[in-house]
Design a protein around this ligand. Structure first.
Ligand code: DSN
Length: 386
C-alpha cells in the first residue's frame, strides 16, 4: 500500500500486511476477507450519511444507498432463510446490545453461557454492559462431558425466570441444540437469542443445524467464517421483533450506518450463497479434523473430547495458555490463550489455547503445511507442560 502523505503509517500498515502473510493465524474468529469485499470498504460510499432505513432517511441523496441496503438485507435473508434482517450494526457487540435494548428493560434477567466455558462477553459477563445493566445468570458445561449442561439451563431458567436466554459461543466446539434451548425458553416464557457469529458459515453450508425458525432472534458477525467486512447482521422471522430491533439499532444506539460495510455485506452474502463457499466450509471442518486427530494421537487433552465445528480448545496445563501462545508466535503460528471450563487459573493466565481453521483454509493450506503446523503445536504444548 502507498500512502505518499504518511510514510510512517504506510510502513506500519505494510508491516502488518507482511506479518499476516508470513504467519499462520489459527485464531478461530479471524479470517481473510474476500478481496472484493476489501475493495468495497475503501469506496466512496463511506462519504454518505444515511441515518434511517431505506425510503425513510433523514438526509437527501440516498437513492443508491437505499438500493444497496435493500440488496444486503434480501441477500442476508435468502442466505440464512430468514424473513427479516437488519444489516446496520457496527459489529457483533453492538448487535447484541441492540437485541437487549429491543427485548429487555435494564435490570431484566438474562440467562447466558458462562465466559470460561465458551460464552461471549456480551452474553452476561460482569465486566460487560450485559452483566452490569442486566441481571445476568450463567449456565455452564457439565464438568464431566464438558458439553452444555441442559439440566442446569432448565433449572436456572425455572429458578430465575429470565426474559432472554442466549445460546451462542466463542470457544465451544460442539453442535448447539437450538431446539432444546427453545423448549426451555418456551417453558419459562423467555425470548431465545442465538448468537451464531462463530458458526454462521457452517449453518449457511448446512454443516450445522440452523436456529432460523427456532430462535426468536439470531445474530452473526460478518467477518469470521463469512469472510465479509467487520460488521453484523441481526435476523428474525418475526416482524414485530424486527421492528423493535430496527428502532434499537437506529435511533436507539447508532447514528448513520457505515455504507461501505453495508455494500460489503451485500457482496459477502452473495459469495457465501454458492457451491464454492459450501465446499470451502467443508474444508474448514476437514482441516480441523486433521489437527484434532494429531492432538488426540499425541495425548493432548481436547475440551469435550473433540469438536463438531471449526475449532478446538486444548488443555495445555494450569495457567500455561499464554506461554504456549507466545512460544508459538515465535514460530509464526498465531493462536490465542483461552480459558477452559472451570479453569483453575485466571482469564489473564488461562489454562487452554483455542485453535480454529477458517483463515488457514482461506489460504488453501496444503496437507504438508497443516501437518507441520500441528506438529509444532504438539511440540510446544508438550515442552511447555513439564
Ligand atoms: N473476539 C471474538 C472471538 O475471538 O471469538 C469474539 O468477539
Amino acid at each position: 500500500m502507498n500512502i505518499k502523505s504518511d510514510p510512517q503509517l504506510e510502513k506500519l500498515i505494510n508491516l502488518e500486511e507482511k506479518r499476516q502473510s508470513e504467519t499462520w493465524s489459527l485464531i478461530a474468529s479471524e479470517n481473510e476477507m474476500f478481496d472484493e469485499v476489501r475493495e468495497i470498504l475503501g469506496s466512496k460510499l463511506n462519504n454518505k450519511y444515511s441515518e434511517g432505513y431505506a425510503g425513510k432517511r433523514y438526509y437527501n441523496g440516498n437513492q443508491f444507498i437505499d438500493e444497496i441496503e435493500n440488496l444486503a438485507i434480501s441477500r442476508t435473508c435468502e442466505g440464512f432463510g430468514a424473513n427479516f434482517a437488519n444489516v446496520q450494526s457496527y459489529s457483533g457487540s453492538p448487535a447484541n446490545q441492540a437485541i437487549y435494548k429491543a427485548l429487555l428493560n435494564p435490570g431484566d434477567t438474562v440467562l447466558g453461557f458462562d465466559l470460561n466455558c465458551g460464552g461471549h462477553l456480551t452474553h452476561g459477563a460482569s465486566v460487560n454492559f450485559s452483566g452490569s445493566y442486566y441481571n445476568s445468570i450463567t449456565y455452564k458445561v457439565d464438568p464431566q462431558t464438558e458439553l452444555i449442561d441442559f439440566e442446569e439451563v432448565r433449572k436456572l431458567a425455572y429458578e430465575y425466570k429470565p426474559k432472554l436466554i442466549i445460546c451462542g459461543t466463542t470457544a465451544y466446539s460442539r453442535e448447539i441444540d437450538f431446539q432444546k434451548f427453545k423448549e426451555i425458553a418456551t417453558e419459562v416464557g423467555a425470548f431465545l437469542l442465538a448468537d451464531i457469529s462463530h458458526i454462521s458459515g457452517l449453518i449457511i453450508s448446512n454443516l450445522h443445524p440452523s436456529p432460523v425458525g427456532i430462535a426468536d432472534v439470531m445474530m452473526s458477525t460478518t467477518h469470521k467464517q463469512l469472510r465479509g467486512p467487520r460488521g453484523a447482521v441481526i435476523l428474525s422471522n418475526s416482524e414485530e421483533i424486527m421492528t423493535k430491533i430496527n428502532k434499537a439499532v437506529f435511533p436507539g444506539l447508532q447514528g448513520g450506518p457505515h455504507n461501505s460495510t453495508t455494500a460489503a455485506i451485500a457482496l459477502c452474502m452473495k459469495k457465501v450463497n454458492s457451491r464454492e463457499y459450501k465446499d470451502y466450509c467443508k474444508r474448514i471442518v476437514e482441516n480441523r479434523k486433521v489437527m484434532q486427530d494429531v492432538f488426540v494421537d499425541n495425548e493432548i487433552q481436547v475440551v469435550s473430547g473433540g469438536s463438531d465445528n471449526h475449532l478446538l480448545v486444548l488443555k495445555v496445563g494450569t495457567g500455561r495458555g499464554r506461554q504456549v501462545a507466545d512460544e508459538l508466535e515465535k514460530l509464526g503460528i498465531i493462536i490465542n490463550a483461552n480459558t477452559i471450563p472451570f479453569d483453575p487459573s485466571s482469564p489473564f493466565k488461562p489454562s487452554g489455547i483455542r485453535i480454529g481453521t477458517p483463515w488457514i483454509t482461506s489460504r488453501n493450506i496444503d496437507s504438508e503445511k497443516l501437518t507441520e503446523l500441528t506438529t509444532k503445536i504438539v511440540e510446544i504444548v508438550k515442552s511447555t507442560n513439564i
